[in-house]
Design a protein around this ligand. Structure first.
Ligand code: FES
Ligand code: FE2
Length: 349
């Protein structure tokens, strides 16, 4: 059996908070598990396996009765904790009749799910993506159903050299591909820092700054294992001290990405584009979201072509270049998490 590419003992973004509503069920596969989400009358979100204990019919095709779920096939009723509380034509309910539920946390406009050992689901381990709801920032985003493994998406974000080739004409120009970068890492994180000094800005950033002339541009890529990447990006008037920390003559964005494995070849790619200037300008929020959506569509296209090519060449390996250093660290952090889980299983079994 080939090893799965994702750890289970981790918080993954399951949904935007607005996607899970009272009185409606949302079916979504995460880490190869079909799940059903809904909200109780008090607003608390619930998730359980989307397969009835009795004959595995998908509960998401059934209906809600108050806070309970009714199976569409023979009418077994489950309470939000996953326990069966009603069976047709029988008084006694089998004590084992239950479906699995999972820890859920609502934070930074997302619902986060823990697919592994619930005893390890520490809420302090939810990745910090506060730009999504910090009052000093504003922005919006969406969800891409990506037909590619989540690590291909992480690779893509960890190396922004591809901007020159995939995003030419918006955020890409030759200066990006030629600028040096440095890579650092922590226990569950990796960071790629790239400064492009005293160059003309690409069209998108030139328009945001609104000041003609050369800029100092930064791309600081923050990977939070296993599947989130916060991109600290911006430009400042050249020579005004941005590399030393003075960004007052610049504009700053945080592009927040979380790519949740659905299967080994598909992912739920959540993203938002946030900025810390002109906070009240809703049309600018829409313009940013549209600009990033256009850019990410280009990424989606190349990632899906890459996934198809991988499927056609199952015996071929990847080769690594200097530009892959950040992605290699990200993959190493993910491997360490998977290895820790497998080692734990070996000890128990
Ligand atoms: S399959 Fe759900 S009640 Fe029979
Ligand atoms: Fe890209």
């Amino acid at each position: 059996m080939t090893q799965r590419s994702f750890p289970l003992n981790a918080w993954y973004v399951a949904a935007w908070n607005y996607e899970v509503k009272k009185g409606a069920m949302l079916a979504r596969t995460i880490c190869e598990k079909p799940l059903v989400f809904y909200r109780k009358a008090d607003g608390t979100a619930v998730v359980m396996d989307d397969a009835c204990w009795h004959r595995l019919a998908p509960l998401s095709k059934g209906r809600l009765a108050g806070d309970n779920v009714v199976c569409p096939y023979h009418g077994l009723v489950y309470e939000p904790g996953g326990r069966c509380v009603h069976m047709p034509s029988q008084e006694t309910i089998n004590p084992s009749a239950a479906v699995r539920t999972y820890p859920l946390v609502e934070r930074h406009r997302y619902l986060w799910i823990w697919m592994g050992d619930p005893a390890l689901a520490d809420v302090d381990l939810v990745p910090d993506l506060h730009w999504n709801d910090d009052p000093e920032w504003t922005g919006d985003g969406t969800l891409i159903e990506l037909k590619a493994n989540y690590l291909l998406g992480i690779d893509n974000l960890m190396d922004l050299t591809h901007e020159t080739f995939v995003h030419d004409g918006s955020i890409g120009n030759d200066a990006v591909a030629e600028a040096p970068f440095s890579v650092t890492h922590g226990e569950r994180s990796a960071r790629v820092t790239r400064w492009i000094l005293n160059q003309d800005p690409p069209p998108f950033w030139g328009a945001q700054l609104g000041v003609p002339g050369p800029v100092d541009r930064w791309q600081i890529i923050n990977f939070l294992a296993p599947s989130s990447v916060a991109l600290d990006v911006g430009v400042a008037v050249a020579g005004t001290g941005a590399p030393g920390g003075n960004r007052s003559q610049g504009v700053n964005g945080y592009i927040v990405n979380s790519i949740t494995p659905a299967t080994e070849t598909t992912s739920h790619y959540f993203w938002s584009a946030n900025r810390n200037f002109k906070l009240g300008d809703m049309s600018l929020t829409t313009a940013w979201r549209n600009a990033v959506a256009g850019i990410f569509k280009q990424d989606e296209d190349i990632l899906e072509l890459q996934q198809e090519a991988i499927a056609r060449n199952p015996d071929k390996e990847f080769y690594d270049l200097n530009i892959d250093a950040g992605g290699m660290w990200a993959r190493r952090k993910v491997s360490e998490m998977i290895d820790a889980e497998t080692a734990g299983l070996r000890r128990v079994g």
